[in-house]
Design a protein around this ligand. Structure first.
Ligand code: NI
Length: 254
């Protein structure tokens, strides 16, 4: 059994075959899928799917950094509205993204810190998105880490030094398709990270692993990531499944 800890399978990319994609995931061994939110526009799609598949899909609530702009306070109100009304399994995805645009960097930092405080208030883990922003993201998590905070650095593809800092924070690493890319050095960096710190994710519909690279990603491709990690650590795939599933269950309470 595997758990996909990061999938946007509620997105429009699956409008024609969502049920089939979930079926393929289930048959491939992916028995639970964690759904991170993006912004107020994605909440309904995500919740509809979670209600249709309550034993397969587990929603998170949060505002994605690339959806932070001058109206972010209203967006955060929508996030809080839902947190008060329904069970969620974490706050996500949240973080800082300076890849496309640095215009709203201050707003991104504020929204990130605010949502970390929500995670503490609701006693939930955080799912963190980092893109060209490790130092900025790390500083905030470090300041807010009072021992009560836990979570995952999703789509980790950083350096050994960054990995060490994440371990010191007591956070997990979300490992996805990047680990299978030929030009990636993540497999080398992973050698400095104990396998006990990992969870698996697809980030579907993005970042398909080899041999599906370039195609739409879906949760059934999680097996390719598990296989690559088994190779990197030289352990059976069943052991990778056991460790990462147990970590995901503990983190999200699923
Ligand atoms: Ni995502």
């Amino acid at each position: 059994m595997l758990i996909d800890t990061h999938s946007h399978i509620y997105s429009e990319d699956f409008i024609h075959d969502r049920d089939e994609a979930l079926q393929r995931a289930y048959e491939s061994g992916v028995k639970k899928i964690v759904l991170p939110n993006i912004d107020s526009g994605s909440i309904k799609h995500m919740l509809d799917l979670s209600e249709a598949y309550p034993h397969l899909c587990y929603p998170l609530m949060g505002l994605h950094p690339t959806s932070v702009d001058e109206d972010y306070k209203e967006e955060l109100q929508a996030i809080e509205y839902w947190l008060e009304r329904r069970k969620f399994y974490g706050i996500g995805e949240i973080g800082i993204d300076l890849y496309w645009d640095k215009k709203f960097i201050e707003e991104q930092k504020e929204a990130f810190r605010y949502q970390i405080k929500l995670a503490k208030k609701y006693n939930l883990p955080v799912v963190i998105h980092v893109r060209n922003s490790f130092e900025e993201t790390y500083e905030i998590v470090k300041e807010e880490q009072d021992g009560s905070l836990n979570g995952v650095f999703h789509c980790f593809s950083g350096s050994e030094i960054e990995a060490t800092k994440i371990i010191e924070l007591g956070f997990l690493f979300g490992i996805g398709g990047v680990v299978t890319f030929k030009n990636s050095t993540l497999d080398e960096v992973l050698k400095s990270i104990d396998i006990s710190n990992l969870v698996l994710e697809t980030d579907s519909p993005y970042l398909s692993p080899v041999p599906k690279r370039g195609k739409r990603n879906e949760s059934s491709y999680l097996m390719y990531i598990a296989q690559k990690i088994a190779e990197v650590y030289n352990v059976p795939v069943a052991r990778v499944a056991e460790i990462t599933t147990s970590n995901a269950r503990n983190l999200f309470g699923i």
